[in-house]
Design a protein around this ligand. Structure first.
Ligand SMILES: Nc1ncnc2c1ncn2[C@@H]1O[C@H](COP(=O)(O)OP(=O)(O)OP(=O)(O)O)[C@@H](O)[C@H]1O
Length: 185
């Protein structure tokens, strides 16, 4: 297995976007329908307690990036050795090494729809507004375009269940093509 992941027999995909756009729901469907291992990075952070203190001003835990990336490196290496691909989901993308992913799926949601989802979750006004601003300013999409080759960054809409189904179908088609293109590995 080369360091750059060039000998992977299955692709790795990152589903990213603002909180509430549907990353976890979409990634779990992709895992099921495409046959990839789902890594919910937010859950992994909690499970492994990847925190480095608490930011009182932002009212949030500070991520211990090194601890998270070390743990994920083992997960990615093991999956590759076992001939398995990964679909990971997280609300940021620049922290990961570029070599881990073959496709970056950036989910986008209309402001009104995102508002309803975040309100349903019980987010307070400040947290809701911050996230909606981030979505309007396409912060995660820009981060993806700056951190990865532009050909692998795909922006898709995630407003309805039909959108979700079509995004999963699209990833399924893309994976079939990837497997054909890399059949000699
Ligand atoms: N395309 C969609 N159409 C309709 N409802 C959706 C869609 N995507 C997500 N939802 C709903 O929106 C809510 C948030 O979805 P989900 O938890 O998957 O988002 P997320 O992006 O993973 O959020 P977080 O970053 O906070 O983990 C869920 O109730 C989910 O059912």
């Amino acid at each position: 297995m080369g360091d750059d992941g060039s000998e992977r027999t299955k692709p790795n995909i990152l589903v990213t976007g603002t909180p509430g756009v549907g990353k976890t729901s979409t990634a779990s469907l992709i895992a099921e329908q495409v046959g990839l291992k789902h890594v919910n990075v937010g859950d992994l952070i909690k499970e492994l307690n990847c925190y480095d203190g608490f930011d009182k001003e932002l009212d949030t835990n500070i991520l211990d990036e090194d601890k998270l990336l070390d743990a994920m490196e083992v997960i990615f290496e093991t999956a590759a050795e076992e001939g398995q691909g990964i679909v990971a989901d997280y609300h940021a993308c620049e922290i990961f090494p570029e070599r881990w992913f073959d496709l970056i799926l950036v989910l986008r949601t209309k402001t009104e729809t995102l508002f309803d989802r975040l309100a349903a979750r019980g987010y307070n006004e400040k947290k809701r507004d911050e996230n909606m601003q981030a979505e309007i300013m396409q912060v995660v999409l820009d981060e993806a375009r700056e951190s990865y080759t532009k050909e692998i960054v795909h922006e898709v809409q995630s407003n309805t269940i039909e959108d979700m189904d079509s995004n999963v179908d699209r990833v399924n088609q893309w994976t079939k093509q990837w497997l054909k293109d890399n059949a000699d590995r």
